[in-house]
Design a protein around this ligand. Structure first.
Ligand code: OGA
Ligand code: NI
Length: 369
């Protein structure tokens, strides 16, 4: 029998083969989307064009101009303020799952330094940058275009440099790219402290004292994904990041002034505009599991833009991967009325599932009871 018949219809397999060839050719350049722009590409290569079924699905969703909440963390050390911040955080985490924080204690110079360092990494000499190009999820620092390039139905218009502190939690300065070393060190230290504060508040907001998020060491394993979204010549045909939820307990996102991030709120795409000096925080998959669905991980995406580059840095706080630690829905949140929705898991198991699926497929189904 003809091999194409075994694989499916001859046309379908022809299309797939051509696509894989295109993906491989793009990947082999090790120059990412930025490389296409530098080469003068004026229309989108087909691997980036969103398929019709995705666009049809989109028709069920609306657009909302709702204002994403802003939580002011100033005065957190005084009892009165802390109590009102806590009430706000509880309500916002339950109803929105996405919010912005201001007066969070990280100086603007540190935020600007991280944006600038990320930009410099992506804009350095292409030959030097190529040395980091890799799809090895265990490598401490790597750069690639589209983490799920070979698994997704469509490629996104962005490149990413990743600093992976999940398997070895210490930041060793010499292991960071020199071009952004000191700014990344500063940002990593500051944002980790902010995460620890947020995890303390979130435990209190959830009402968990024994199985609390600090004891779970949620802020220990971290991954920093430093994105570069080049200006896009045909922004309506593609996305910067497809819709997804994050592989973490919590994400803290630093974005520059351009915007483009949207999250799904009551089935409406809702803009999350940047505020100078502010950061975006969102509940992610693992917190949904340990909170037993009390706080839900929210889908979000980034639209492509005619202007650019846009820079953003997402920090995923993923907990402890090594030595293996067992996580589960907090016992204090389990009762006859609220039985566990998820089984026990390890971060290693969650991550291996993450690296075997496209980012737009659920990371939670695998753990549902
Ligand atoms: C992510 C993400 C949003 C952004 O990295 O998971 O959603 O604005 N990034 O870059
Ligand atoms: Ni995300």
């Amino acid at each position: 029998m003809d091999e194409s018949v075994v694989k499916g219809t001859a046309t379908q397999s022809g299309v797939d083969d051509a696509r894989i060839k295109d993906l491989k050719a793009f990947d082999d350049t090790k120059a990412g989307v930025k490389g296409l722009i530098d080469a003068g590409v004026a229309s989108l290569p087909r691997i980036f064009i969103r398929p019709p079924d995705e666009l049809v699905e989109e028709l069920n969703l609306g657009y909302s101009q709702a204002e994403v909440p802003v939580i002011d963390l100033s005065g957190i050390e005084t009892d009165d303020q802390r109590k009102s911040i806590l009430d706000e955080l509880r309500q916002v985490s339950e109803e929105w799952g996405f919010f912005r924080v201001v007066n969070h204690g990280i100086p603007s110079s540190v935020l600007d330094g991280m944006i600038d360092g990320t930009c410099k990494f992506h804009e350095q000499d292409a030959e030097l940058k190529k040395e980091y190009y890799s799809r090895d999820q265990f490598q401490k620092v790597r750069y690639e275009s589209n983490i799920d390039l070979y698994r997704s139905g469509v490629a996104n218009w962005r490149d990413t440099m990743t600093i992976n502190l999940l398997y070895s939690n210490e930041v060793v300065p010499d292991e960071l790219p020199e071009i952004c070393r000191s700014s990344a060190m500063d940002y990593i230290n500051h944002v980790t402290k902010l995460a620890e504060t947020l995890f303390e508040l979130l435990s209190e907001a959830l009402g968990i004292k024994v199985d609390n998020l600090r004891a779970m060491e949620c802020a220990r394993g971290r991954t920093f994904v430093c994105h570069y979204y080049p200006a896009c010549p045909e922004p309506d045909l593609t996305l910067g990041v497809s819709r997804h939820t994050d592989p973490a307990f919590l994400t803290i996102l630093l974005q520059d002034h351009i915007g483009g991030l949207q999250f799904l709120h009551d089935n409406n795409w809702t803009d999350v505009p940047p505020i100078p000096g502010g950061l975006v925080v969102n509940i992610a998959d693992l917190l949904q599991i340990v909170s037993n669905d009390k706080f839900k991980s929210r889908e979000h995406r980034v639209i492509a833009n005619r202007i650019g580059p846009r820079i953003s840095v997402a920090c995923f706080f993923i907990g402890v991967a090594v030595p293996e630690k067992i996580y589960y829905p907090a016992k204090e949140l389990i009762s006859d009325e609220t039985p566990p929705v998820y089984r026990e898991f390890t971060v290693g198991e969650y991550m291996s599932n993450f690296f075997s699926r496209p980012i737009d497929k659920s990371g939670l189904d695998h753990f549902k009871i």
